[in-house]
Design a protein around this ligand. Structure first.
Ligand code: PLP
Length: 347
């Protein structure tokens, strides 16, 4: 199995490297946390009542929803449940690293489909790559690290053209985009949708994600899913996070406004970028990508060098936070670019 060690390290600066919420979760979550007693902590967590609350919130049946220890566990469990020897996992790349990591722990074969330089969703190439062995097609929508999206029509086409396979649509960044295919769960029997509370909701440290699919598919997933993988603190906080829509909406609109400002700053600085529907932007820094990331860190801003991703040489991804934070990031960016330019001219 592939090893994966997230490059976390010391992060007491502006964190624009892991696409988290860069500020805070809802204060209602804090209140829910403070209501938990020491006695509560002696109990095993009960997932089902909270799954029912989440299902009602999403307009689904509880049997269609499974809460997981982050989307990472959702991916892991889904792959463990369905991928056997001889199966193929179809992956448009570049994409979220953990699909390949978890697939490497199964006996299935990963079939990567490289997007073109514009990093648009490679629908035609994916359709061509479907074989009778295709068991799962996994797409992140919006995708990471590109921020680009597959349209609803493209997703429907893909699901229909591979009726023997599962189509996982990972909507980790859904809130920043606003478009979903969750409403198609009944209509497309092979569709599975994942969502996380790590991004817009600001609960990455609690580890909560969810999988949504037909009752039939979810029955298989529940066999593999550990009954206690979502802990009691996370379950106690989830209803409060869901209820506080005002906070969620505020954070999302703040990020969208900051994204527009940051895009304008990148354009002004002459840095190529890809159009993003998420809380991050992929940029083309070029051969100085590693030095760029180092200098940004020195200036108090962590960014993510994605150069080793397929087709991403020289590209760096930056998370979008609040407008105030991104003004700090813009200052660091301009300073870093000026330093790099000066060192290039001196050579
Ligand atoms: C596309 C995508 N899916 C899932 C995750 C992980 O989500 P979670 O924190 O719920 O495990 C990430 C995190 O970066 C992501 O980019």
């Amino acid at each position: 199995m592939m090893e994966y060690h997230p490059p976390l390290g010391s992060r007491d600066v502006l964190r624009l490297d892991f696409n988290e919420n860069t500020l805070a979760c809802s204060p209602k979550v804090r209140e829910a946390l403070s209501r938990i007693s020491t006695g509560d902590l002696t109990r095993y967590p009960q997932r089902e009542p909270v799954e029912a609350i989440v299902a009602a919130h999403l307009g689904l049946e509880p049997e269609q929803v499974a809460l997981t220890n982050g989307v990472d566990e959702a991916i892991h469990v889904l792959f463990e449940t369905f991928l056997d020897e001889g199966d193929e996992l179809l992956l448009p790349v570049p994409t979220y690293t953990m699909y390949e990591v978890y697939a490497s722990g199964t006996d299935a074969r990963v079939v990567p489909v490289l997007a073109a330089d514009d990093l648009q969703f490679p629908l035609e190439q994916l359709l061509t790559a479907i074989t009778p062995k295709t068991k799962i097609i996994a797409i992140a929508n919006p995708n990471s690290p590109s921020g680009t999206v597959a349209t609803r029509e493209q997703i429907i086409e893909l699901a229909r053209r591979a009726p023997h396979a599962l189509l996982l649509v990972d909507e980790a960044y859904f809130h920043f985009y606003g478009e979903t295919v969750m409403d198609l769960i009944g209509a497309l029997p092979n569709l599975i949708v994942a969502r996380t509370f790590s991004k817009a909701y600001g609960l990455a440290g609690l580890r909560v994600g969810l999988l949504v699919g037909s009752v039939d598919l979810m029955r298989w997933v529940r066999r593999v899913l550990s009954p206690y993988s979502v802990n009691l603190l996370a379950l106690a906080c989830l209803p409060a996070a869901l209820e506080d829509e005002a906070y969620l909406n505020w954070y999302v609109s703040e990020v969208r406004a900051a994204r527009a400002e940051f895009e304008a700053a990148l354009d002004a600085a002459g840095v190529r970028r890809w159009p993003s529907q998420a809380n991050f932007i992929l940029t083309e820094i070029g051969p100085q990508h590693a030095e760029f990331a180092r200098l940004m860190h020195e200036a108090g801003v962590l960014v993510r060098d994605r150069s080793s991703d397929p087709g991403c040489d020289g590209r760096v991804r930056m998370t979008i936070g609040t407008r105030e934070q991104m003004r700090q990031a813009i200052a660091a960016l301009n300073q870093t670019l000026a330093t790099l330019r000066a060192s290039k001219e001196a050579q």
